[in-house]
Design a protein around this ligand. Sequence first.
Ligand code: UT7
Length: 341
Amino acid sequence: MLFAQQTYMNKITAAITGVGSYVPENILSNKDLEKIVETSDEWIVSRTGIKERRILKDIDKPTSFMAIKAAEELITKKQLDPLEIDLVILGTATPDMHVAATAAYVASEIGAKNAFGYDLAAACSSFLYGMATGAKFIESGKYKKVLIIGADKMSSIIDYQDRTTCIIFGDGAGAALLEPNHEGLGLLDEYLRSDGVGRDLLNVKAGGSLRPATDSTLASKQHYIRQEGKTVFKHAVSSMANACEQVIKRNNLEKQDIDWLIAHQANKRIIDATARKVGVDDPKKILVNIEKYGNTTSATIPLVLNDFEQQFKKGDTLLFTSFGGGFTWGALYVKWAYDAS
Ligand code: UT7
């Protein structure tokens, strides 16, 4: 362990130095959903752990609206000059538009005039992949401030007549700033994977080049998200647990070394089953806020970071893991770099 730490101290690592988030004010509770589809609060809580989710109702406010708010909260908390930001990576499954990168607009709107920005589309793993990608820019020594945002307006692709999906998803955004660290803190390892077999099990069928929008795709509701829930559930647990185990093993970590497990918030039962498989059995170490927001896709991990920021201490060991459409999944080994309090 000591040898590993010293090895990292001889190189630049990318550390999270600030976080921010935004969720819309409007709450859609399980009771509200009971009035829309054939479901019950009891079913939703027991099967998913979700009590309510936030919905960005305004039709003229897209994903970028929430991404900008989350970034602005981070900028204010950090008293950061946005002109110092080099790069904005926006993880999202619900970009404002096709072709025009939402990240470019977000960067301009937050005053990051010296930055370049691009979107990263890896469904629910977008933030995790974004962290790993952003870290490489920092580690190169050429870039000093990289903003990673995860934001999704899931309500824009939800069929509110489909009880198997509308109860799960919510809207939100979170942001994290990566900066160089010379103390061996920050992102120390990542294990990222994908498997295209998953695209038939979790997707929005139409609207891309495979099935461009037509009257027929609209009429048959192919622009909404669909998933084979049970199958996706099983893949999510085994893939996230395996990714965590790989990271634990190759970094010679002991289970008790993990201070916090931060898993994609898709379903409380998935998080619990993953934690059990990985061997993190202290519930205080397993961070969960799914009851408030539901599954916000790219935003779940930064929303957890922002909600629990005050509890993290410099030097804490964090294990991030996610699983999403594609399939995409992975795990990150992170040493926390600051005391928020
Ligand atoms: O973030 C990206 C990755 N996504 C995920 O990780 C999601 C993974 N999947 C899941 O979280 C779960 O599979 C769901 C929450 C989607 C569904 O939970 P489940 O325990 O797997 O339920 P199920 O699909 O096996 O359905 C059980 C029953 C069915 O009725 P029958 O056939 O047993 O009569 C469903 O029709 O529950 C029914 N059902 C519902 N009942 C009340 C499905 N949705 C609802 C609902 N309210 N909203």
